[in-house]
Design a protein around this ligand. Structure first.
Ligand SMILES: C[S@@+](CC[C@H](N)C(=O)[O-])C[C@H]1O[C@@H](n2cnc3c(N)ncnc32)[C@H](O)[C@@H]1O
Length: 498
């Protein structure tokens, strides 16, 4: 190692740099120490003018900047190419490149003067396989990288969104954090479920110092949007639609109504969470992913025949009737199986639904699934369970319950073992529920035909309102039934031996 004027005992110089690094668990070859020393000098020289770092004490700089930057490379196998997002004066990218010369590193820095400094540093240090990328990295940055590393930039969630365009599937997002980042990590796990998974979360102390750190590593599960596009284009399943006369758009417009849903046999799902849930639980029903240019691309794992339609934003808004601003899904909604009133009801509770408001149909389907209803019969007067409002109000439950199409209210035989719900009936809390039963609420407004009212159950309530909302009344009746059933089960359970 060459001697420099500063290289006396205790004075900053390559020798002391090497010694402090060794104490921190980082041992570098002499030429690497010289490169790092040259970088250190550049940093000092330009710091006053460019405000590159607030750490000035030599020992602190070595421990908190250089050793800190290099340690992640000793703890995990760093992927390459590696994007150092928000590198500032080159941290951790430059010390990492010096310590691990095989890495291809892109130093990303938004501020122009810092970018000038980085380019000068790379030039003077003769670091090859490394470059500085100026400007703000956003989700549209699409150069493929296998890893992203960041130190002191922003929250984990913000970075995971930002690297959507560049981090390859299976690639690592590496976060150099302080010790207290539990909440940030937990939020990212929840918000990016299905897109990123937590691979490692290591708490450590920089050896020989009291400085605590966390290395948090997320692995990307999904493909980059450009790749997804290629896959859909390769299958001939990607369409861009700019005209309202387009046949796909006209079909999608039609399925906003019950008549169109019946005719096309498909339905529209809206809302980010619901769309993701439906894909996860009913992927075989998915027909079309509907977005707009620049909007979210379809997730991976959709069946080959699924179509991706990118609609002009104004056309997309016509379909996004709830204004969710999230992609929509077209799903299969085949005609309901006809209900045979002559065949025995399944054990447990069946629900007959005459509601004309699709939101009530959706709400009641949600309660039906919540309380373990076996089958739901949509009567002739009932709204479509696949109407966009019904699907949304059901939070997807419309796809989780056995649905049948039944006759009209007036065609229901009085012989059927139904339990009608009506304001005039006997109090629900005193009712005796048979093993197998079917609950029949009335239509919103007119309620039930006279014949059914006579044998109805009623929910005790004040007379300050005329009636409960139809879907709420059913939810209460279902709750009462499930409460009684649980109480029965408790009773029949063998008493525990003492
Ligand atoms: C607090 S500094 C940290 C610098 C360095 N990583 C370190 O640990 O010393 C954050 C730097 O990130 C840059 N930055 C923040 N967001 C960025 C983005 N989206 N793209 C590029 N640079 C960004 C800022 O300009 C700033 O220089």
């Amino acid at each position: 190692m060459k001697k420099t004027p500063h290289d006396r005992k205790g004075k900053p110089g390559p020798k002391q740099l090497g010694a402090i690094l060794t104490r921190c668990g980082v041992s570098l070859a002499p030429e690497q120490i010289h490169r790092l020393w040259a970088y250190h000098q550049l940093l000092r020289k330009h710091n006053e003018e460019l405000n590159l770092t607030r750490i000035h004490n030599f020992e602190n700089m070595v421990e908190k900047l250089y050793a800190d930057s290099i340690l992640p490379g000793l703890m995990i196998t760093l992927p390459s190419p590696l994007l150092d997002l928000g590198t500032g004066p080159g941290m951790p990218g430059i010390p990492l490149k010096i310590a691990f010369p095989h890495l291809q590193v892109i130093l990303a820095e938004a501020r122009g003067k810092r970018v000038d400094f980085l380019r000068k540093a790379l030039d003077e240090l003769g670091l090859e396989g490394m470059r500085a990328e100026g400007g703000l990295i956003t989700a549209s940055f699409s150069e493929p990288v296998r890893g992203v590393i960041t130190r002191a930039v922003e929250s984990i969630g913000e970075t995971l969104t930002r690297i959507e365009g560049c981090l390859c599937q299976g690639g690592l997002a590496i976060f150099m954090k302080g010790p207290r980042c539990d909440q940030e990590v937990a939020e990212a796990i929840g918000n990016f479920a299905g897109r990123f998974e937590l691979q490692q979360d290591m708490a450590y102390t920089i050896p020989g110092t009291p400085h605590e750190r966390r290395l948090v590593v997320f692995r990307r599960l999904t493909q980059r949007p450009g790749q997804v596009r290629k896959v859909f284009e390769g299958r001939g399943r990607h369409k861009r639609v700019a005209s309202s006369a387009n046949a796909h758009f006209k079909r999608l417009k039609r399925i906003l109504t019950a008549k169109g849903i019946r005719k096309e046999g498909t339905a529209l799902v809206s809302g980010d969470k619901l769309v993701r849930d439906v894909i996860q639980r009913h992927v075989d029903r998915v027909r079309t992913w509907i977005s707009w240019p620049g909007g979210a691309v379809p997730p991976e794992g959709l069946p080959d025949q699924v179509l991706w339609i990118e609609l002009e934003k104004s056309l997309f808004r016509e379909l996004d009737v709830f204004g969710t601003g999230a992609p929509l899904l077209e799903i299969g909604a085949p005609p309901l199986e006809p209900w045979d009133p002559g065949s025995p009801l399944p054990a447990g509770v069946t629900l007959l639904v005459p509601f004309q408001d699709p939101e009530n149909v959706g709400a009641v389907l949600r309660s039906a699934v919540a309380f373990g209803v076996r089958a739901v019969v949509i009567l002739k007067e009932g709204a479509s369970p696949f109407h966009p409002k019904a699907l949304r109000a059901s939070a997807g439950a419309a796809l989780d319950v056995r649905l049948y199409r039944g006759p009209g209210l007036k065609d229901l035989s009085p012989e059927l073992p139904l339990i009608p719900l009506s304001r005039e009936g006997k109090p629900l809390d005193r009712a005796v529920f048979p093993e197998t039963l079917a609950i029949l609420p009335g239509v919103e407004g007119p309620g039930l035909p006279e014949a059914w009212r006579q044998r109805a159950l009623s929910i005790p309530m004040t007379d300050r309102v005329d009636s409960l909302n139809a879907a709420s009344a059913v939810a209460i009746a279902l709750y009462e039934w499930s409460r009684r059933r649980r109480a029965e089960e408790e009773k029949t359970r063998a008493p525990e031996k003492v």
